[in-house]
Design a binder for this molecule. Sequence first.
Ligand code: DC
Length: 245
Amino acid sequence: MRNYSLNQRYIMSNKITIAIDGYSSSGKSTMARALAARIGYRYIDSGAMYRAVTLWAIRRGLTSADGSVDAGALVEHLPEIKIDFSLQPDGTAQHTMLCGEDVESEIRKINVSNYVSQVAAIPQVRHALVGMQQAMGKNKGIVMDGRDIGTTVFPDAELKIFVDASAQTRAQRRFSELVEKGSNVTFEEVLANVIHRDHIDQTREESPLRCADDALRLDNSHMTIEQQNAWLAEAFQSALEKTAK
Ligand code: DC
């Protein structure tokens, strides 16, 4: 393993764009957030934006018990949905804001997870959010994670990563997180949700989840968080060296 030797001034004067895509609960957000904090980049969790739109739809009664979403009504109201991120006092964590309200914990709940893939499959929702994401990254110096960051949002990103892990591993991680937060779910429910979301994310017409041709693939099923972070730091260093040439 090489030394992480680039100095901060060099990093800040040679900003690049980092796109991290992958399956739900693959641990991509954890590694993306850690890298951004380490190198002083802005971190954006694009999934949180789809979740915030979904929460808005649920609150307005635009979702039904059968799992469907009233796409027409949601699209009509899209201009009213304001999404932002507020930096927390620790300087690294960001909370998702929906029309000025902190919804960070609300958007992680299973009722939002149950509808978010349907919402994310609506082309007009994607166009609106992709536009916002591109504006956030126009000055580079950003780490963004999601499903279509390397393929659609930042196709010219200097560093693209695609993170994968087995559905069982990902469901176990998500289940432990939810139980820790006091949620009353079963492992089977979480696994079913993970598999269902994978299917919708991969088969939707508008920018489906897929690995960009020029992305580095990482299967982290058997890696610790420290190992992933070290791997990503090394990938970042190589990308920076390549762009400096
Ligand atoms: O990463 P996550 O599980 O919080 O994402 C929530 C949902 O949003 C997931 O079903 C996929 C979708 N999503 C997307 O379609 N495009 C993105 N860039 C990010 C998330």
